[in-house]
Design a protein around this ligand. Sequence first.
Ligand code: ADP
Ligand code: MG
Length: 698
Amino acid sequence: MTEKTYDVTALFGSDVFNEAVMKAKLPKATFKELMKVIHEDAELTLPVAEVVASVMKDWAVEKGATHYTHWFQPMTGITAEKHDSFISPVGDGTVIMEFSGKELIKGEPDASSFPSGGLRATFEARGYTAWDPTSYAFIKDNTLYIPTAFFSYSGEALDKKTPLLRSMEAVSKQAMRILKLFGNTTAKKVVATVGAEQEYFLVDKTLYDKRKDLIFTGRTLFGAAPVKGQELEDHYFGAIKQRVSNYMKDLDKHLWALGVSSKTKHNEVAPAQHESAPIFESANLATDHNQLTMEIMKKVALEHGMVCLLHEKPFAGVNGSGKHDNWAISTDDGLNLLNPGDSPMENAQFLTFLVAIIKAVDEHADLLRLSVATAGNDHRLGANEAPPAIISIFLGEELTEVIEALVSGTNVESKHSQFDIGVSSLPKFPKDTTDRNRTSPFAFTGNKFEFRSVGSSLNISGPNIVLNTIVAEALEQFADVLEAADDFKAALNTLLVDTIKKHKRIIFNGNGYDASWVKEAVEVRGLPELKSTVDALPHFCDAKNVELFTKHKVFSEVEIHSRTDIMLENYSKALNIEALTTAEMAKKEILPAVMMFEKDICDVIISKKNAGIGYAVEEALANKVDSLLTSMNSKITVLEEATVKAQNITEVLDQAKCYHDEVFEAMQSLRADADVLETIVGEKYWPFPTYEELLFNV
Ligand code: ADP
Ligand code: MG
């Protein structure tokens, strides 16, 4: 039965202080000033802020808001908020609702407990939040949310938004230089655009509550493979179950009210796995909206008696969850620079940006890899379901042909006049042909790149900061050469041909999951393979990367070092919680359950013995269980010793390495015994819900 419909256009953005609301509510002059701040990077003045704050507050109060909060994205990976009410006493025991320009522009949360990687010395624990007018304020749960950047007293970024905004400026600046060379006089800036496809699992809340591992770590630390998995491929794009469908409908309503353009929803490959994708927007908004989406997904799931799992690998042996980061750059007047055009000139411009991206990805594959490195994503990358830990570019056959023709000087099907760089017409790229290779970490999909290595729980600012900055660098080098050239077309031709020759090793259109690719990539092509988080993260501090980020003013050297430390610490913390939870579940839940099972078998043996009946089966089973029990018990000790050892290491990288090499290995080994036991021990003894129950009960 189809529910009565509602007016989606009226609902959409109804809780957002968006441009339409601003236009309707702000005095004309203020609106104009604010638009300049939002669209043309003009400075925000206090008088303007005063007016905006007052109007924003009235609008919010009318919609039921009692509080406001500066909403920011500290290095914890989730968002942070501290709520202040609008009330202000007037001296006679009553209050009015007040909100000043100053309160809108700047906040001073007590920030000493947020990770700063040593950036804030303890005597100066203050952190400041500053309004980001390019991301709309919104109302959630009777609070006005003001998106902000978070930084220290001396101006160092303490968050994920500040460097993203800086990187967007960097890529805009350099892309504009290229556009000018091609004669573009209309664009005022270039905007990085992003659409993040979000994968997630839904599990039943009552089952979830019985699993400490899900509660504390977001993933199952134990669990034998279910009898039925994803082998029938009956879930992907399959009919959506009613309970899930109700959830998705509700989710859409919440997201639409908040102005998140949730567009596509479908079942994913694994049982209980789903996906939600929005319509793309500026990288900054896409990041804020993806953070909001993840939060709302969890909240709405609870209202439906379910839990939304955003971990990259909730279930071993079952596909994990990623977040495809679709990225492109467009002019502010709407021209997508990664869209092959209709004229030879547009095609030449497109190829210039494309070749710059090829160069950028080849020179900084290490950065792209480390931008997605987390404890959770280590379970996916390089496994047989997600892109390999080696970064390469998928261009598709047609485009690869064009690139090769450019290098060899042969012409591709000359139907139109030429732009003198050897390419006259570009083939159109139908989606089904460009998008068919799902094994590539970085794929050209017609008019954008899709970075597929991103983990499902990650804040997408990191990968997009890297993309924006490395492309800015390649474009800058291109612009330097081309601006100095006497003959633009000849110079462009040489530049593109030389660049392709130098960097075409990064292009790979084959199967990224194939073992032979890993061998070829590493041994023949010399591409970096950074297998794990602890292999990848330290490269952030490599001289070439420090130079890159400082040059484009995206990160200072101190910020790079502090962030590396924070990310390594986050890795160690995640592993530490997993290790403690593993040991606790093994000792307090699995061992006692197995012992009860063993005792019952022994009781049968005794009865049978007394009755003079053979008990060979029981004896064999008891022995099998007992040897696994003994093995598991000793592995608990190994895990606990490894954990203590790791906890006592003070150097961050050494500590992370110990968690990776010793603690993780010990956990895996212990789990292997427990998972075998799960398949032997009677069902009624097993202390928590199995994969079957979790995956097939929603
Ligand atoms: P799929 O990858 O599943 O085939 P689409 O290609 O239609 O689906 O879109 C995937 C995501 O890419 C969507 O979130 C979409 O909005 C986004 N996207 C489309 N065009 C762009 C662009 N120019 N820049 C950034 N993201 C884009
Ligand atoms: Mg996609």
